[in-house]
Every structure is written in C-alpha cells, then in structure tokens.
Design a protein around this ligand. Sequence first.
Ligand SMILES: Cc1cc2nc3c(=O)[nH]c(=O)nc-3n(C[C@H](O)[C@H](O)[C@H](O)COP(=O)(O)OP(=O)(O)OC[C@H]3O[C@@H](n4cnc5c(N)ncnc54)[C@H](O)[C@@H]3O)c2cc1C
Length: 265
Amino acid sequence: MSGFNYHKASDVADAAGKSSSDDALPLAGGMTILPSIKLGLSDPSDLVDLAGIGDLKGVSVDGDTVTIGAMTRHADVAGSADVQQAIPALAALAGGIGDAQVRNRGTLGGSIANNDPAADYPAACLGLGATIVTSNREIAADDFFKGLFETALDAGEIITAVKFPVPAKAAYEKFPNPASRYALVGVFVSDGPAGTRVAVTGAGVNGVFRQGDMEAALGGSFSADALEGISVSEGDMASDLHAASDYRAHLVGVIAKRAVAAAAG
Ligand SMILES: Cc1cc2nc3c(=O)[nH]c(=O)nc-3n(C[C@H](O)[C@H](O)[C@H](O)COP(=O)(O)OP(=O)(O)OC[C@H]3O[C@@H](n4cnc5c(N)ncnc54)[C@H](O)[C@@H]3O)c2cc1C
C-alpha cells in the first residue's frame, strides 16, 4: 500500500471532477476497495468519498419504476417497505448479501460498479432490465456489464441511481458460498415490462449473463416445467476451487427452476 489522498465530495459534479483522473476512484462503503488496497490489488492515488452526498441515498417509487440511489446500503434496500411491496425479490436479494456488517456498509452503486462475477445485484439489474443512471447518462443494464469486474463506466463517471421497472413476477434464488454468501450460482428471473428475463451470476466465465434459451422457453410458458431439458454449456462456466464448470452448469438449471417456481408462486 503506497498511500492515497482522501477527498470528501460535496456533490455529484465534485465527485466526478475529483475522480476523473485514471488513478482516482470513488469510495462508497469501502467493502471492496479498502480490502483491495490492503491486499495490494489496487493502488489508487486518490479516493473520493461519496458518503456526504445526500442525493445518492434512498428509495423512491414513481408509477411502475423503483429508483434506488447508488449510495443506498443493502440493509436499507432489504428493509425498505417500498421495495418489499413493489419488487419483493429485490428486497430479498439485498437481504441475502453477505452478513450484517457487509449489508450495513455495502452499497448498490459500489456493487454494480465493481461487477464481481459472483455478486447478486448485477443479476437483479440484468434480470429486471434496469437502467443505470450516472453523472452524465443513462445506461441499459444490458449494455453496462462488460465482463469480469468490467463495466461501461468511464473514468470519473459516478453512478447516481438505478431505475428498476416493476415486474409482474420475479424471484431470485442463489446457491451461496457458505463462507462469504457470494453466489456460487444465482439466478434472477422476471416477467414484465422488460420482457421475460433470466440473468445468471456466479457461474459465467465472463461474469453475469442472460440465458437466452431459458428466456425463450419461459416466454412460451412461465413455469419451471418449461425449463426441462434445457442444458447449459459447461464451456461457458467458470471453474475454480469452489466449483467445477460442469457442477456450475448443472446448478444453473436447478437454481433457475427454483427461481421460476418461486416467481410463478
Ligand atoms: C465479506 C464480504 C462478503 C460479501 N458477500 C457478498 C454477497 O454475498 N453478495 C454480493 O453481491 N456482494 C457481497 N459482497 C460485496 C458487498 O456487498 C459490496 O457491495 C461490495 O463489496 C462493494 O462495496 P461498496 O459498496 O462498499 O463499494 P466500495 O468498496 O467503496 O467500491 C467498490 C468499487 O466501486 C466503485 N464505486 C463505488 N461507488 C461508485 C459509484 N457510485 N459510482 C461509480 N463507481 C463507484 C469504487 O471506486 C470501487 O472501484 C461481500 C463483501 C464482503 C467484504
């Protein structure tokens, strides 16, 4: 660790300006960035703290859209009566992230900016057809997640909120790593204004992805039976000390059926 300059941003424009150099990074809850610095995996020159920007926190519902500020903590999404009412699957997903300490520091914006291949929120964004709002544009979730720890964000671009369309049906199921609770495989399914969607996290060799064969089958009949016989390519699955690719491929089918059964209710 070579040290860094700490800045407390006063508003979004200030944060964007101060984090626009290649070596500067925004700081949300610090749940990923601080351990990364300690382990020598990241060496930013400047950290720009977003914690003092009130506009970035909170949940609002406008018609069929739930908007969640980027600095909203997982515990606050899980406990929000508005999210529980409008998209219960999203509240449940937030409540299943990590442990109480992580949920009380980790944020929606930090999670999707980091785009860990085993994180839960990327599956919700892709699985609901969300829109990521940043300091200078809006990005469809389909265009946001670019691969392992990669997103469409430019240097100095701050996520301000995520807009989630309210689905008719949705559920998230995951097979968690028993230590971290990160998804070994997690599947978010929904049916609603953004179409029929199946988003898979934890499993893909390139991170979160949509499973087109399952979406087509569920478009015909939104039932777990519709997924019978759909196989997931082992070659597209990650393989590591936690699980081999063939095991993950099998799990995607099992967890997807559970999610559809839960969503179909
Ligand atoms: C022990 C442990 C267990 C965990 N388990 C899970 C789990 O089960 N499921 C899961 O999904 N996640 C899990 N996490 C991740 C956690 O939920 C956090 O979401 C994640 O670590 C990001 O933390 P943060 O929000 O504090 O962001 P930070 O660590 O502050 O930032 C992360 C990255 O995002 C960037 N960033 C942050 N905010 C913004 C913004 N608004 N705009 C642009 N860039 C931004 C930062 O520059 C940095 O690169 C776990 C983490 C830990 C430490």
